[in-house]
Design a protein. Sequence first.
Length: 98
Amino acid sequence: MLTGKQKRFLRAQAHHLDPVFQIGKGGTNEHLFRHIEEAIEKRELMKVSILSNNLDDKKEVAAELAERTGSELVQILGNTITLYKESRDHKQIELPRN
């Protein structure tokens, strides 16, 4: 679980990032979860955007993405979800302590 200070740090780090994946009217599926899991292992921090033609609740989509990929939800801003997962092999981000 991330602390408030760590989330603020990660939001600042993610500010310049562009969304890597888009979720459209098809919604989420196993294929998407697998790709996000692979990408977040290499990047640690990434954004996913929800397109306007997706009618699902963005909070539910964000919670499902975080749960199914084993990552932490950093923030939901508009239709953009920011996720973080510490990488086992490609560690780049050093989180502040409490």
